[in-house]
Design a protein around this ligand. Sequence first.
Ligand code: SF4
Length: 447
Amino acid sequence: MDGTYLIRTFGCQMNEHDSERIAGLLMADGMRAVDEVESARVIVLNTCAIRENADNKLYGNLGHLKPAKLANPELRIVVSGCLAQKDQGEIQRRAPWVDVVVGTHALPHLLELLRRSERDGPQMDVREHTETFPSALPAVRLDAFRAWVSISPGCDNACTFCIVPLVRGPQRSRSVGDILAEVRGLAARGVVEVTLLGQNVNTYGRDVSDAGSSRTPLFAELLRQVGRVDGIRRVRFTSPHPHDFTPDVIDAMAETPAVCEHIHFPLQSGSDDVLRRMRRSYRRERYLGWLERIREAIPAIAVSTDIIVGFPGESDLDFSQTLEAVDAARFDSAYMFQYSPRPGTRAASFDEQVPKPVVQERFDRLVELQERISTEAGAALVGETVEVLVEGGDRKGRSTRSRTRTNRIVHLADRLDPGSFHEARIVAAAAHHLTGELVPAPAASTS
Ligand code: SF4
């Protein structure tokens, strides 16, 4: 197909990665990326079903695109991602100017759907199972120096607040050989950092077996092998589930130099009663016990988490237990969410939805506590020298944004090349970023 494309991505890293695959498909078909709606021949909205108001956002965006479609019938409008999988025919019923609805399992068929839409009108493919692993598709990577690598999309759990099992299906692990081949290929192209992506990385491998045996591969072994790939200096992963966490993963993290000192470890709530209603099968003490073991093995580790405030039935006591857990856990950072019912999830039909003003008041208290802890954790780094990887400049090109191995943003006054490593001394800290000064590399010895 000739022409230009524009992709707008909403939601998580899994979606960002799918957008790289969509871009790869369109580019392999001869198209090129543009930034403006007016100059695009194909517009893809790669949607998320997790965030609050996801539907309103989608239909708002589609409303804005309608005049462009009426003015230019050649324009193709595509809705992909989790909302496409969840809402299916509803999308073209509410926005009949959408040409293609393509679900999470049907990405490999995007080009075919686009062509059919030109010939036969609106198309939809929201099949329930993946036939071609998305990672087998071409990709246009957002950065030249770091990349996401999908290892096990889908999820076999049934957390009552989560839409993922419905829209992404059960877990499907890639083989170790496939993953290593992708990582080696990335390293050969100059990628220095990879993030392994799975809905629950700890259960990676349960559904496949090693080539030539009946043994299932383990996430800890995968971490070690990815960490040994030449040229890969940083390995990250997201996310482990506290229920399935195992000591061999801590050992692999501690013993593999390339694995970064950062873990995203979703707590969700500090109340055992709420965790039970969420169908999160660990309890607060067990969670905190894991944190202690991880910090003992890797003292420099930074920990981030997810917390939901106002889950149905959350009492004042439940919420105070979350505050206590946050105080005890000393997270370096946290993604905090106000619960809102997502159609299609079990929790959406639970009684005792917590009134919005109560949720807001609790949320504000939690944010205040976490900001204080994050600021204190940052302040403890002032005066330290750390390795940073440059990600890019600010919009005006006056300074550089870089990242520590512990996943903290460091702003530097110098202009540096994206993808380059430097040593920086931390001179100031705020809750969400640090400020650093470049430490000059020692002069090479002439003797
Ligand atoms: S572990 Fe729970 S929250 Fe995470 S994707 Fe699976 S069902 Fe959703």
